[in-house]
Design a binder for this molecule. Structure first.
Ligand code: HAM
Length: 420
């Protein structure tokens, strides 16, 4: 038997109800905040990710799915959504439009990771990218939108961990201080960190192996190296978050695993779930320099992405999860061929009027159909029989109270809608 690939999941059954629910809540919130949906390709030129996510990032070094197509092009399955959205913004000259461009996406991403709970090779993210404004208003809006979506999904005990990497000058000053601090200790860190020291020393702070090592714990903090302007900017972001009543903690260790960030960086964690990195439900930050690095004009960008699979896992543990084990509205029951003709019509009519309706496709007897209706948790049973149909009537049974009434065939849909 052919089985699914390692690190992939099938989302079906009750999980798919939750998945669709998440998608609807996300779409609803994004619409209120006036973000427009964007769908970019699942594969892009490999170079796009090398230049954005960064050749020294773990993602590009170890985790991308790279391949050559039949035309010899070097392609990569997208490991994240930001690069593709920025590429599309530049290709379609979004920067020439008079307004700030606010995009949201919902789709699968691919990283060749060591699979474990909450860490998959194919996973789903939703996220936003806002292009064209450097106003701290947008930083606060993006962070609060992420928070409010998770809150709308009834995920409680959320906390935003936030930090600032500052502008280029601040980053360079910090980099130098970090190198000077790490130099005498570098041989005490893992081999990956020793390599990162030469390629991208900031990445050492993000190391999963050495996270608890005292050397890393006592490393200099980015926020102590912010120049006046960057510091003022960060303080404004925090002030706006206070105003929006978002719970945050300044966490100087956050540098994030992708190379494109500057200024504000953040992650959102569920304090109810303390299983390390899986408790990180989302993250993001500002990436002002990325647009230029992808051959665009001087511009600004910020965004976040949340992991749908991690959110789904948390929602499954919540008591209200039972509410999602959906019931249907009606089950239409029939036996004879004549009754079946009515069943076809009635079922279609109810469905087209928004009534969730199921019927029998296996020529079961009435007993089997009653059992099926219970399995679907049907609220109403519509039991067709020739005699009543000839008089223009149908039997409707309330499956909770077991009360049965005869309803005029022409008024059936209205009756059901009125009683749901
Ligand atoms: P990221 O931190 O790499 O950021 O991913 C965002 C979220 O996606 C994570 O917090 C996690 O919930 C989920 N995630 C990441 N990898 C996996 C995985 N292997 N399995 C399951 N879930 C995963 C980004 O992707 C940036 N593009 C975010 C961003 C948008 N920055 C600016 N704009």
């Amino acid at each position: 038997m052919i089985t699914k690939q390692k690190g992939c999941v099938d989302i079906g059954g009750d999980d798919s109800i939750l998945y669709e629910y998440i998608r609807n809540v996300v779409a609803h919130m994004m619409t209120s905040y006036n973000y427009s949906f964007i769908r970019t390709p699942i594969f892009e030129a490999s170079e796009l990710f090398h230049r954005s996510v960064g050749v020294s990032s773990d993602i590009v070094k170890k985790e991308t799915y790279d391949f050559q197509d039949k035309g010899g092009r070097n392609l990569t399955l997208r490991p994240e959504g930001t690069a593709g959205v920025v590429r599309s913004y530049l290709e379609n000259k979004g920067y020439s439009l008079p307004d700030v461009q606010k995009y949201y996406y919902f789709g699968t991403m691919y990283r060749y990771e060591r699979p474990q709970t909450g860490r998959l090779r194919e996973f789903t993210q939703f996220g936003v990218e806002v292009l064209g404004s450097n106003d701290p208003f947008i930083d606060a809006e993006v962070i609060s939108l992420q928070y409010k979506i998770l809150e709308a999904l009834r995920i409680s005990n959320l906390q935003v961990n936030i930090n600032s990497l500052g502008d280029n000058e601040s980053r360079m000053n910090y980099r130098e201080a970090l190198i000077n601090y790490l130099k005498p200790h570098i041989h005490e860190l893992c081999p990956d960190c020793q390599e990162r020291f030469n390629t991208n020393p900031l990445r050492i702070l993000d190391c999963k192996v050495d996270a608890q090592n005292e050397i890393i714990q006592n490393a200099p903090r980015t926020i102590d190296y912010l120049n006046t302007e960057s510091k003022k900017r960060f303080e404004t972001v925090l002030k706006y978050l206070d105003l929006l009543e978002i719970d945050y903690e300044v966490d100087a260790k956050i540098v994030r695993g992708l190379d494109y960030y500057d200024h504000t960086v953040f992650e959102i964690v569920s304090l109810d779930n303390n299983e390390g990195s899986q408790s990180v439900l989302g993250g993001g930050g500002r990436y002002n320099k990325l647009i230029k690095e992808l051959d665009g004009p001087d511009s600004y960008g910020i965004g976040f992405a949340c992991g749908v699979d991690r959110i789904l896992a948390i929602m499954k543990e919540m008591p209200f999860y039972q509410d999602f084990k959906e019931s249907i509205d009606c089950y239409v029951m029939y036996v004879s061929e004549e009754e079946k003709l009515y069943a076809l019509e009635i079922t279609q009519n109810l469905r087209l009027n928004g009534v969730i309706t199921e019927t029998d496709y296996l020529n079961k007897g009435l007993k089997g159909q009653f059992k099926a209706a219970d399995r679907f948790k049907a609220k109403y049973l519509i039991i067709l029989n020739n005699e009543d149909l000839k008089k223009g009537l149908v039997n409707v049974k309330d499956n909770a109270t077991k009360e049965e009434v005869k309803v005029d065939l022409d008024e059936l849909t209205e009756y059901i809608i009125g009683n749901l």
